[in-house]
Design a binder for this molecule. Structure first.
Ligand SMILES: [Zn+2]
Length: 346
């Protein structure tokens, strides 16, 4: 069925459950997901242009993002130290990614991130920023990860940092050839690795995962607590796409495995890179098509329940449940179902 239609046969609740026209016009659904932003051109055609790459690295105006352990230096202004609850800090004012020059950059795997509209070239380097550089950056600069920095940075900066963290994570875990076990070396301006023994080329890998909000015929949504999470923390269901499986099949399988609910009508609503360490989150809405009786897979899910909008609002207000942080696509999908911003995040 056409789940986008809001024909005369549908209830008010059904219409309320649809995305707004503004969200639909974005092409995939959710707009401005924290880590799905960016404005620097990736300059893919330059990745094989060694002369251009060398000239760009020799240019003191070139900017370098240094990533270590998933973190990059960020300047916190307006007194916001970023020590908040992992995503609500946007109210503290825009923060900025801190770059160094190629000369200041440490040794480490180097990769081209792109070129901005003004012609400035950006690289990333996986390594430790020299200790003696930190004082010069100022007291309000410190290393943070994407969960914290994602909502605080500008489109340009968050795009650069997400790209840099993703590549750093991949380089850090793919130092050997999967064919012969020999060492691999960065190639293609840091966007691939080549085996020194057999010459085989290996590209950055992603782990696609589906994350889905399932509704029942009364437009209640299904929220669950992972067995590894503390009490009261809940989210929508999610899981990795398996080899040989479509995203839609993964939605149906994961929902059935984790809660015993048969789900269909999977509809894509948007995606967000989640390089912790290398996921791509594919967001969906889906509908329960059979029994509404929940039977949790106790190994993975501690509890799961249906929530109406009123029940969700009350549960958040009372502290009975806490939602994922706004940086997550989960939070945004829940809000898009609810129809308004929601607090009560982890
Ligand atoms: Zn090899």
């Amino acid at each position: 069925m056409d789940v986008r239609g809001a024909g005369p046969g549908q209830s008010q609740a059904d219409r309320h459950g649809e995305l707004s026209s503004a969200e639909q016009s974005a092409g995939g659904g959710l707009r401005n997901l924290a880590l799905s932003r960016g404005e620097v051109d990736r300059s893919t055609a330059r990745r094989t242009d060694t002369a251009w790459l060398a000239a760009a690295w020799a240019d003191p105006d070139t900017r370098v993002v240094v990533v270590e352990d998933g973190q990059a230096p960020v300047r916190f202004r307006d007194g916001d130290t970023g020590d908040g609850d992992g995503g609500r800090g946007a109210a503290g004012g825009a923060q900025e990614l801190v770059f160094v020059s190629p000369e200041q950059a440490p040794d480490g795997v180097r990769f081209l991130l792109g070129t901005d509209a003004g012609g400035v070239v950006y690289f990333g380097v996986a390594g430790s920023l020299p200790e003696d550089l930190w004082p010069g950056l100022g007291p309000d600069v410190r290393p943070v990860g994407l969960r914290q920095a994602g909502p605080l940075l500008s489109d340009r900066d968050v795009g650069l940092m997400t790209h840099a963290v993703a590549l750093t994570n991949w380089h850090g875990s793919h130092g050997h050839c999967p064919r012969c076990g020999a060492v691999t070396e960065p190639a293609l301006a840091g966007h691939s690795r080549r085996c020194v023994n057999d010459g085989s080329e290996h590209f950055p890998r992603l782990d696609p995962a589906v994350i889905m909000l399932v509704t029942d015929p009364g437009d209640r949504c299904l929220l669950a607590r992972n067995a590894m999470w503390p009490e009261r923390r809940v989210s929508i269901l999610a899981g990795f796409v398996e080899p040989g499986e479509s995203a839609e099949q993964a939605v149906a399988r994961e929902v059935l495995e984790e809660t015993g609910i048969e789900a269909g009508d999977a509809r894509y609503v948007g995606s967000q890179p989640w390089p912790m360490p290398h996921s791509l989150m594919l967001g969906f809405r889906a509908r329960a098509t059979g029994s509404l009786e929940i039977k949790v897979d106790a190994e993975e899910i501690a509890e799961a329940n249906w929530f109406s909008r009123d029940e969700l609002r009350a549960a958040i207000a009372s502290g009975a449940i806490r939602l994922p942080p706004p940086v997550s696509i989960a939070h945004r999908i829940i809000e898009s179902w609810y129809g308004a911003p929601l607090g009560g995040a982890w």
